[in-house]
Design a protein around this ligand. Structure first.
Ligand SMILES: *[C@@H]1O[C@H](CO)[C@@H](O)[C@H](O)[C@H]1NC(C)=O
Ligand SMILES: *[C@@H]1O[C@H](CO)[C@@H](O)[C@H](O)[C@H]1NC(C)=O
Ligand SMILES: *[C@@H]1O[C@H](CO)[C@@H](O)[C@H](O)[C@H]1NC(C)=O
Ligand SMILES: *[C@@H]1O[C@H](CO)[C@@H](O)[C@H](O)[C@H]1NC(C)=O
Ligand SMILES: *[C@@H]1O[C@H](CO)[C@@H](O)[C@H](O)[C@H]1NC(C)=O
Ligand SMILES: *[C@@H]1O[C@H](CO)[C@@H](O)[C@H](O)[C@H]1NC(C)=O
Ligand SMILES: *[C@@H]1O[C@H](CO)[C@@H](O)[C@H](O)[C@H]1NC(C)=O
Ligand SMILES: *[C@@H]1O[C@H](CO)[C@@H](O)[C@H](O)[C@H]1NC(C)=O
Ligand SMILES: *[C@@H]1O[C@H](CO)[C@@H](O)[C@H](O)[C@H]1NC(C)=O
Length: 403
């Protein structure tokens, strides 16, 4: 999953940095802090436990020079507050909790209601801390960027977030949030990035996202979602990344999803999807990663998949497909074959965990490469017993050319 997503996140990071260019947080600024906002920041600091002394620069009059605080050089208002834990979670947020240096750098405690006095904030990042926010952030009407990932312990997604009509980036991942996605989120018309991954949103309310036509990136992986993908999700024609993996979603893939022609990464793995892959998948010609593994998809793989010429990662393992596959003309793998080849060769040099089909194992008298995709027939003369098991385990099925 790595490259596309980090490139995209980077893109957004640059985008936001650019948008916030007017921020001054350095000493050459000539606008000093607005007194009431300095008071608010002091109250926020006063309520937080700061073991690593991260807020030691929060002294003196000019709050615009304090670490993590940014002011508009036009109005002097605080427009940015970035209190993200600076210690990177090397192996993902879940392991960070066992890292003593990370823990020490957490800010913890109740976020003072004075946060709401900073009502010109465009950018708020409280991620990777251990905070409670009991007040409605819905009044911070100027917010464009809100990152509360791995930081809060609220019970549910606060419905008032739907009042943030300018919000472009919302990250609530890894917070153990419960209950449904509030339908008020369907009002966030400017939203381009929504990450709710790793929560417990057991009620499927995906349809509340269907009108958010600016969305480019949705991550709802590992959110305990049930039910079917609503047909209206196909309205989201600008989507580039859609991750719904590791849920309990059911039913077929709606054919309307073929309207998502900008999609670069689609991850539906580890659900209970069934039925055939709709032939409309061939309309997603920008796809570079397609993860459909560990579902109950059945029938033959549609021939339209031969149109997916940009595909670099394809995982169809652990399904119930039938039929045989080959890389020759007339098979579902028209040009996929070539693009995947590059991926495999690149990746082989690194020491990732993924097992790949090894070129040297391929019988050299054939120009077909078949691979195991589920319960369908396995041509033993190519695969052999060993391969049979390998393909069940591989995360990324790569097809290499046969000489
Ligand atoms: C604010 O500062 C930036 C650089 O720090 C500068 O490019 C911009 O012109 C300034 N804006 C105003 C309104 O002074
Ligand atoms: C700040 O503003 C004062 C006048 O209000 C001016 O004399 C001074 O040069 C300015 N400093 C900078 C760094 O722009
Ligand atoms: C936050 O700080 C204020 C004083 O500024 C205090 O009255 C209040 O009890 C504190 N709240 C918490 C939850 O610590
Ligand atoms: C936010 O929206 C809710 C409705 O979802 C409304 O009742 C509430 O007054 C709004 N709050 C703010 C602070 O704008
Ligand atoms: C959301 O936050 C998590 C943890 O900080 C981060 O790993 C993830 O990349 C963020 N999601 C997006 C889409 O930026
Ligand atoms: C979701 O979980 C809550 C308790 O956490 C429960 O009351 C509710 O019935 C669950 N909803 C579904 C659809 O399972
Ligand atoms: C989407 O927009 C349409 C038309 O404005 C509206 O009728 C519908 O209720 C909206 N759906 C959701 C889930 O907000
Ligand atoms: C979406 O796809 C369906 C069928 O797959 C089609 O009937 C519909 O017109 C498409 N909608 C848009 C907005 O392109
Ligand atoms: C989408 O796919 C379907 C089925 O493969 C095809 O009939 C249709 O023409 C495609 N639409 C577009 C816009 O490519």
């Amino acid at each position: 999953m790595g490259t596309t997503s980090s490139a995209l996140v980077m893109l957004f990071a640059l985008f936001f940095i650019e948008r916030l260019e007017f921020i001054c947080s350095s000493a050459n600024s000539n606008v000093s802090c607005i007194a009431s906002e300095r008071e608010a920041l002091m109250k926020i600091k006063g309520n937080l436990t700061d073991e690593a002394n991260r807020l030691s620069s929060w002294v003196g009059k000019d709050c615009c020079t304090w670490k993590g605080v940014g002011c508009s050089n036009k109005t002097g208002h605080v427009v940015k507050l970035d209190l993200r834990n600076p210690i990177p979670a090397t192996n993902g947020p879940s392991t960070a909790y066992f890292d003593p240096i990370f823990k020490m750098n957490e800010l913890s405690g109740q976020v003072s209601p004075s946060l709401l006095d900073l009502n010109h904030l465009h950018y708020l990042d409280l991620s990777m801390n251990n905070m409670q926010i009991s007040n409605s952030l819905g009044s911070l009407k100027s917010l464009r960027y809100l990152d509360l990932s791995s930081s809060i312990s609220d019970e549910t997604i606060p419905p008032h977030l739907g009042n943030l009509s300018r919000l472009q980036y919302l990250n609530l991942s890894n917070n153990d949030l419960r209950g449904p996605i509030p339908d008020t989120l369907g009002r966030l018309a400017s939203l381009t990035v929504l990450d709710l991954s790793s929560n417990n949103l057991n009620d499927s309310m995906l349809y509340s996202l269907c009108n958010l036509s600016s969305l480019v990136h949705i991550d709802l992986s590992d959110t305990s979602h049930r039910g079917a993908i609503p047909h209206c999700l196909g309205n989201l024609a600008s989507l580039s990344i859609l991750r719904l993996n590791y849920n309990q979603l059911q039913g077929p893939i709606p054919s309307e999803m073929g309207n998502m022609t900008q999609l670069k990464e689609l991850d539906l793995s580890q659900n209970q999807f069934e039925g055939p892959i709709p032939s409309e998948i061939g309309n997603m010609t920008q796809l570079t990663e397609l993860h459909l593994n560990s579902n109950a998809f059945a029938y033959e793989i549609p021939n339209s998949m031969r149109n997916l010429c940009n595909l670099r990662v394809l995982d169809l393992s652990e399904n119930k497909f039938t039929g045989k596959l080959s890389t020759s003309v007339g098979s579902p793998f028209g040009c996929i074959h070539n693009s995947l080849e590059d991926f495999c060769l690149d990746d082989k040099s690194s020491d990732g965990d993924h097992k790949h089909v090894d070129e040297s194992n391929v019988a050299d008298e054939t120009d077909f490469l078949w691979f195991y995709t589920g319960i369908g027939p396995v041509p033993g003369w190519v695969l052999g017993g060993l391969w049979h098991f390998e393909f069940q385990e591989v995360l990324e099925v790569c097809i290499l050319p046969v000489h």
